[in-house]
Design a protein around this ligand. Structure first.
Ligand code: ZN
Length: 168
């Protein structure tokens, strides 16, 4: 089945569906949609590549899974003017990075910070604010798998650190 092999070895499609997603349940169809969003970002990552004009770049690794990510952020007038990432890793880490760049590009640094905090608290198991997070709620199921939380958080902690370093 295409797609299965790109996921982390310990994260089969069944795990992505969550604990109680019986084949006929509504939650199962929602989770399948989420799985599709995740795989779409993994196969066609948005904002992938180098950004020579970056104000700051940061490399982060998740040795547990082997994910490696370089994040490039270009800030201007208190906003994230452009953001790109490069790297290699499992579907969760790469799709989370792709979705992150899409969600914060063009936003103010302040909005970006609150999106980061909302996302990371969702990974800690808190209910997500869908208005802030949008498609990012696709990664909510990851919070059930502590090892995968690190994959999903990788790009976000890198971005948070970038913003901290530019605080002056
Ligand atoms: Zn990973």
């Amino acid at each position: 089945m295409p797609g299965t092999e790109v996921l982390c070895p310990s994260l089969g499609p069944r795990e992505l569906r969550g604990r109680d997603g019986g084949p006929e349940s509504l939650s199962m169809s929602l989770d399948s949609l989420y799985q599709e969003i995740i795989l779409d970002h993994y196969r066609k990552p948005r904002n992938f590549g180098d950004l020579p004009e970056a104000s700051i770049s940061m490399e982060h690794e998740n040795p547990v899974c082997g994910d490696h990510l370089a994040l490039h952020v270009q800030l201007r007038d208190g906003a994230v003017e452009d953001i790109k990432f490069q790297g290699k890793g499992c579907a969760i880490s790469m799709s989370s990075a792709s979705m992150m760049t899409e969600s914060v590009k063009g936003r103010s640094v302040e909005e970006t910070r609150s999106t980061i905090e909302s996302f990371l608290s969702m990974l800690r198991g808190e209910s997500p604010d869908e208005q802030v997070l949008g498609d990012l709620v696709a990664l909510q199921g990851v919070s059930q798998f502590p090892v995968r939380v690190k994959c999903a958080a990788l790009a976000w902690t890198a971005l948070r650190q970038c913003l901290r370093q530019t605080e002056g």
